[in-house]
Design a protein around this ligand. Structure first.
Ligand code: NI
Length: 137
């Protein structure tokens, strides 16, 4: 086993409170255990030997009042048109929409596509869930 390292994390109190509630609900023994699990999860999502094809879904919520956001989302989707995409759109309330985009393509490109959508101002709760199809680049 490698050496244990301690490090400090800065975050706002309300966010930490919400995370502590989640830790209790999931029965983690302490914050360290929960954060280790979070880190392992994010590494396993990206830990690929080389690139390969994945299939999955990108889910995000956005506020359609954000200036020009709908057009910027469409621009990003066109930028990544070499990824197979199938979008579903649902109107959540007067302002917010949720989109679920099924995707199939190279993992590296799918990640860039997902990151580009999530980086748009007004897009929130973006997530990517993808699994390998078994096809190697
Ligand atoms: Ni809508």
């Amino acid at each position: 086993m490698s050496e244990i390292v301690r490090f400090g994390v800065s975050l706002d109190n309300a966010l930490l409170g919400r995370y502590d509630n989640l830790i209790r609900r999931k029965n983690y023994r302490n914050r360290s255990e929960a954060i280790r699990e979070l880190i392992r999860h994010s590494l396993s999502n990206k830990n690929y030997e080389g690139d390969g094809e994945v299939a999955g879904a990108i889910i995000y919520i956005y506020d359609k009042r954000q200036r020009d956001l709908v057009n910027r989302i469409i621009d990003v989707q066109h930028d990544y048109r070499d990824i197979m995409q199938l979008s579903q759109h649902m109107h959540l309330n007067n302002n917010d929409c949720i989109e679920i985009v099924a995707v199939k393509g190279l993992f590296s490109k799918v990640c860039k596509f997902s990151d580009s959508l999530k980086a748009l101002k007004g897009v929130r709760h973006g997530s990517l869930s993808a699994s390998r199809t078994g096809k190697i680049k």
